[in-house]
Design a protein around this ligand. Sequence first.
Ligand code: ZN
Length: 500
Amino acid sequence: MKKFKIILLIIIISNCYLLKSQENPETTLLNQFHKITSEEMMEWMKKLCSPEFNGRFTGSPGFVTSAEWIAGKFREWGIKPAGDNGSYFQWFDWPYTEVNDIGSLVLNIPQADGTVIRKSYNYPDEYYPGMNSGSGEITAEVVFVGYGVTAPDLNYDDYKGIDVKGKIVLMNRDVPYTDPGNPEYAKWVKYCYHQYKLENAVKHGAAGFLYIDGIGANPNISYDPSIIVCGIGSQVLSDIFAGTKTTNSELTAGMIKSLKPASFRTGKNMTIRANTTRHPEGKGCNVIGMIEGSDPELSKEAILIGGHLDAVGKAGKVVNGALDNASGVVDIMGAAKAMAQSGISLKRSVVFILFGGEENGLIGSKLYADNPVFPKDKSVVFINLDMVGNGTGFSVNASAPWKNLLSYFESANTKYIHRPFRGSAPEPKGFYGRPRSDLYNFSSIGYRTMSIGTTGSYKKVYYHLPGDDPDAVTIDIMEDVAKMIYVALTNIANDSDLKF
Ligand SMILES: [Zn+2]
């Protein structure tokens, strides 16, 4: 009787194996597909936006802790380390500035009787503390300096004939040349940067810096302890221009038309206070994990997919960066876990990169591009995800002429997901002109690139503002983004007919 039971057991077990080995590859693919759940992805989203990580500001301990947490997940799922010295990390030094409180911005209005009325502005609607500001207080006259540009090569100088020593400079973003389609634009690009504008203001002796349209965290600016920085919104701007018989829009329209500066002393006196601490010891990193390909030849080729892990930290209130860009990170995690655990062996290798320092000027992606895990000519494509978690449909863009890569995403959607799908190759014009996302550091040196986005967004976007929390994302589109990536990358990795 006992013997019979054993034989029966052997028959059952061998049948199970037989069933497993005969399982249709599509069934195997779909088994794992259904294990990608919005519940689990929301757990990760909440973790990334938790006080433990404090807004994931590159350089800060909160950022490093978040990077270690992701590396721990990769390890748990069997994704191999592909960073420096057998670790998951690619480190870089990153001094950072901690904003200790919201500071203040005040307009000092002198009265006929010699007294002064102080008008204080509200955080975060009317002003936003400069994230790389020096610490202290400045009271001085505000001088309008247009775009804050000194360009001898273009015969243009916003500071010409105007003294800003010890004063507060007020300026616009960008440059007065506004046609990115014109080759002439290239000469202006270097004057667009916030870094340049701040350094130029310091060079001219300014002690304060008011940035127009500056509501929201902006860590992508130089640090100089001698200058107090503050972003302003429309209320402050109209108070500064009150009684000057002109407006900023009128002046900038004129400057754009004539390419002539329009700087002038506003006669307004303001006080900016900032409370910041500089941390020269800061460290940042990329987190890199890999599923090694199984084919002797094709495994030498890699599909790269990445997004930035960092957010803009805390300037007054913490900005948790749920949409920007915990969403992209969680989308990638969902797909990465599925690929690592599906039981489908991948012929090509797949590399997952979560960047640091994007918000500070695309630092981590530049580091990776300069120190790639796979050589560039063996990297099939780099796919970027930034703010992919609000909407109802997909948009997938590929740099020309790699339109065929789009088809894997489109067919994953058509077969299994059924969302509105918009694909384009090449990407919409103007995307590559200026370094606005990590994609730039790959596309600008000749990588094939793709980006994944969503369409039909219906939730309010808190871009670089308090409120970018887990309830600002649409978790069900994120689940579907992860599912689309999982299916598409599995098929790209295993398509032996695909030649690069
Ligand atoms: Zn972003």
